[in-house]
Design a protein around this ligand. Structure first.
Ligand code: HEC
Ligand code: HEC
Ligand code: HEC
Ligand code: HEC
Length: 330
């Protein structure tokens, strides 16, 4: 491997870790690759191949919009450049020798599998899922962790990419619509790819809104210049708070309403001051990060302890259309 390529790969790992601090699941040296999962999860693999997450591997570098972004950032090769690899591709291999092998694959959402694959399917042990989680598995049952993973890519927390490259600021990701459409792969109990139960959808809805606010605050806290990034993150914060207020208004008095109001209260109004001609300072950065931490704790609590059956009051807020079309098993 050339020195320059080596440098790129090493930096990509460093940047990768820096940009996604809380979750280590995408460590390339622990990625086993989608084929290893599909060996047992065939239908999930077939569903994945229909996702934009899969197709981005072959398509992204060919798109004029991608070339334009790369051009503005001085990036020659989208598929090896760490900035794009972070969110569009799966990197696999030992430090210094990692290669891009797929688009956004199984392990970027469920955790790099090297340590937990043998554990998570051992149904003879009642604790197999909990044991696997200790080894980096992200179970769909931990909705908070599952959602954090989506939002750390989908808020696009990279200021230069947005301001200089012209990349979109983030996605209007709402967790029910965005998991029940083209991303849906629900085959453990049969071949039907049925959508989730009403109880689970309520949980996805609530936790998704909470995590959106948390990651939008984290994104905003990192801003250092005027431009679309800081504006976009500010807009996300305002929108996420408004959605949570609608949720609080629907909920009857009780623990859930109290928690949701505490989440809204924990998000300070973002404040900035000019710093030179083009720069800016987030003047309440520490408060914003402390707020995000509080929200994270409450989001995890909701995910761990609430029951969807107690959240029927939210049904009128749930989306009626999905993002994309679900895969139908042959
Ligand atoms: C040797 C077969 C096998 C392999 C390889 C395998 N799985 Fe599984 N997986 C299973 C079985 C069996 C279950 C059901 C476990 C149960 O019922 O508790 C399962 C369950 C799951 C679940 C749901 C667990 C939950 O919390 O309900 C996820 C997510 C999952 N696997 C992802 C993956 C990913 C990602 C990979 C690749 C890194 C993978 N699996 C590799 C057999 C396998
Ligand atoms: C922090 C995560 C992140 C990084 C880094 C990132 N992207 Fe993206 N990108 C996304 C997400 C998420 C979407 C999907 C947005 C949606 O559909 O809502 C996306 C969408 C795109 C699209 C639009 C696709 C379409 O169908 O219109 C292009 C083009 C693109 N990215 C190019 C790039 C390039 C080039 C790089 C590297 C310079 C890059 N991205 C780096 C997260 C990222
Ligand atoms: C974009 C993120 C993402 C990718 C990529 C992804 N998954 Fe999932 N997976 C999820 C989500 C989200 C759920 C839970 C969905 C829900 O609640 O309806 C899930 C659920 C599962 C389940 C449990 C399904 C059930 O019936 O309960 C298995 C097994 C699984 N995934 C395996 C895989 C495998 C294998 C791959 C790769 C071929 C893969 N996933 C790719 C996000 C992803
Ligand atoms: C590693 C980063 C990453 C993670 C994690 C991730 N995504 Fe994505 N997602 C992307 C990128 C990049 C695209 C756009 C791909 C393209 O168009 O080239 C995308 C596209 C999508 C799309 C298609 C959007 C459209 O415009 O139609 C959906 C739906 C989606 N993601 C849902 C999810 C959900 C739900 C999760 C969490 C369970 C998730 N994603 C996790 C990076 C990610």
């Amino acid at each position: 491997m050339s020195r320059r390529l080596l440098f790129t790969v090493v930096t990509s790992i460093l940047l990768f870790t820096a940009a996604r601090p809380a979750l280590a699941q995408s460590d390339p040296s622990k990625i086993t690759g989608p084929e290893a999962c599909v060996a047992c999860h065939k239908l999930e693999g077939a569903a994945w191949q229909e996702m934009k997450h899969f197709k981005t591997f072959d398509e992204l570098h060919r798109r004029p919009e991608a070339k334009e972004i790369a051009g503005k950032l001085g990036i020659a090769n989208i598929k090896t450049e760490s900035t794009c690899v972070q969110c569009h591709y799966t990197s696999m291999g030992a430090a210094g020798a990692a290669k891009v092998i797929a688009g956004v694959s199984c392990e970027l959402c469920h955790g790099a599998g090297a340590d937990w694959t043998k554990v998570h399917n051992d149904k003879t042990k009642p604790t197999h899922i909990a044991d696997a989680e200790k080894l980096g598995f992200i179970s769909p049952n931990n909705i908070y962790k599952l959602a954090s993973n989506c939002f750390q890519c989908h808020t696009v927390p990279n200021e230069k990419l947005v301001n200089t490259g012209g990349h979109q600021v983030g996605s209007a990701l709402e967790l029910v619509a965005w998991t029940q459409g083209e991303v849906r792969h629900h085959f453990l109990n049969g071949k039907t790819n049925a959508d989730d139960t009403p109880d689970r959808k309520r949980m996805l809805y609530l936790v998704g809104r909470v995590v959106d606010l948390e990651f939008s605050l984290r994104g905003f806290a990192g801003a250092v210049e005027k431009g679309n990034f800081v504006k976009g993150m500010n807009a996300r914060i305002t929108a996420a708070k408004a959605e949570l207020q609608k949720i609080a208004d629907k909920l009857p008095d009780g623990v859930a309403k109290t928690d949701v109001l505490a989440i809204i209260a924990a998000a300070p109004k973002p404040a900035v001051a000019a710093d030179g001609d083009t720069g800016l300072k987030v003047t309440n950065k520490d408060d914003i990060l402390a707020g995000a931490k509080t929200i994270s704790g409450l989001g995890q609590k909701i995910s761990d302890t609430y029951k969807g059956s107690d959240l029927a009051a939210l049904d009128s807020l749930l989306p009626t259309a999905n993002q994309g079309t679900p895969f139908t098993a042959p």
